[in-house]
Ligand binder design. Structure first.
Ligand code: NAD
Length: 348
């Protein structure tokens, strides 16, 4: 039977959830609630039921699940209220703004025996799944370095995302996605973290960052979010002992280049103004082989399919409490590293 889902916060992302729920094969949209009357009216204008208050929504016994799509600072308060009212809860990302808040949410889920998860929808991004497939296939040999970047040039958005009190900043906005993706790809313990936050267009919160995660094997992952980039660097760059993979953009353009012949002879040096270099000379075509990037075709609605089954105990929930907490602790380590200007150890 389809689950009834209500959406709290009918802004940009709340609207996205509503659109998806309206055509869902596993859920019905019960309605929405937003603190802004104009958003309530916008829903009604589209024929969507708008509850008069959060309490009225939570009192509706037909609502099985609520999706919280408000600014980040109120996720905890709303999620805990909803769990206490006997609802299963999906929080938008970042699940909340600190590990202390998250622990309180997890405690509430355990206390009231309800499902509680976060919408890490970028686990279904095709570029991420393509890179994960390359990583897991072994085609690159031992992967020793991964770089994951998203770049824009418009600064941090001018809404609540630029304000600390609402849980703004690019680490909590985009960092949470990129970190979650990496932790799904590299199944190793983290040893240490180093991060530098940008404050180019905004001094109150980070408007981008660069971070390195060092894993137990020595593998280093560089994660970068930039909002002052007028030229984008590739979305993904991965190096292994046998080859290199690149994905330039969301459209999955890219390539995998692997070594075919290590015994390369007669390398033609590159002439530079200051001298010759064989070390940096390009490889000859007969020593390398190029493979195309895989093109997975994920369906992001599998997130809701999983949640609806998990509520009935038919499947384990895909995005688990320990995964949520680990991502939160990595983000906290980034803020600490930036504050101290130091590499910080990561205990797990
Ligand atoms: P938004 O500003 O467009 O919308 C937020 C809405 O919440 C507004 O309409 C506001 O009136 C309402 N609101 C604020 N406080 C409320 C409260 N206490 N109760 C009810 N409604 C309240 O913001 P957005 O871009 O939709 O972001 C909302 C959440 O979704 C954030 O947590 C954000 O990080 C997340 N998000 C996720 C993705 C994703 O890809 N997963 C993308 C965008 C945003």
């Amino acid at each position: 039977m389809k689950k009834n889902i209500a959406v709290i916060g009918y802004g940009g992302m709340g609207g996205w959830h509503v659109e998806h729920l309206l055509k869902s094969d596993v859920a019905n949209l019960a309605g929405i609630f937003d603190i802004k009357e104009e958003r309530q009216q916008a829903a009604r204008d589209k024929g969507i039921h708008a509850y008069d208050s959060l309490e009225q929504l939570l009192d509706d016994p037909s609502v099985d699940i609520v999706t919280v799509a408000t600014p980040n600072d109120v996720h905890r308060e709303i999620a805990v209220k909803a769990l206490a009212a006997g609802k299963n809860v999906i929080s938008e990302k970042p699940v909340t703004v600190s590990s202390e808040d998250l622990q309180a949410m997890i405690d509430a889920a355990n206390q009231y025996g309800k499902l509680f998860t976060v919408h890490q929808n970028r686990r279904w991004d095709a570029d991420f799944l393509a890179m994960k497939e390359i990583y897991e296939s072994g085609v690159l040999g031992d992967v020793f370095s991964i770089e994951s970047r998203v770049h824009g040039s418009r600064g941090i958005p001018g809404d609540w995302r630029g304000k600390k009190e609402f849980g703004g900043g690019m680490m909590l906005d985009w960092g949470v996605h990129l970190i979650d993706q990496i932790l799904q790809m590299v199944k190793e313990k983290i040893v240490s973290i180093y991060a530098v936050m940008d404050h180019i267009t905004n001094y109150e919160v980070d408007d981008g960052f660069k971070m390195n995660i060092t894993f137990q094997s020595g593998k280093v992952v560089h994660v970068e979010v930039g909002t002052s980039n007028f030229i984008n660097l590739p979305r993904w760059y991965m190096q292994g002992t046998n080859g290199t993979a690149i994905i330039y953009d969301w459209d999955l353009s890219g390539k995998i280049v692997c070594c075919e012949n290590w015994d390369e002879k007669d390398v033609i040096p590159v002439k530079t103004a200051a001298g010759l270099t064989k070390t940096m000379a390009p490889r000859k075509d007969d020593t390398i082989v190029e493979h195309s990037v895989p093109h997975p075709t994920p369906d992001v609605h599998d997130f809701y399919r999983n949640v609806c089954k998990a509520v009935d105990g038919l499947e384990p929930q895909l995005i688990t409490h320990p995964q949520m907490m680990r991502v939160m602790k990595v983000m906290e380590a980034c803020f600490e590293s930036d504050r101290l200007h130091q590499v910080v150890p990561f205990k797990e």
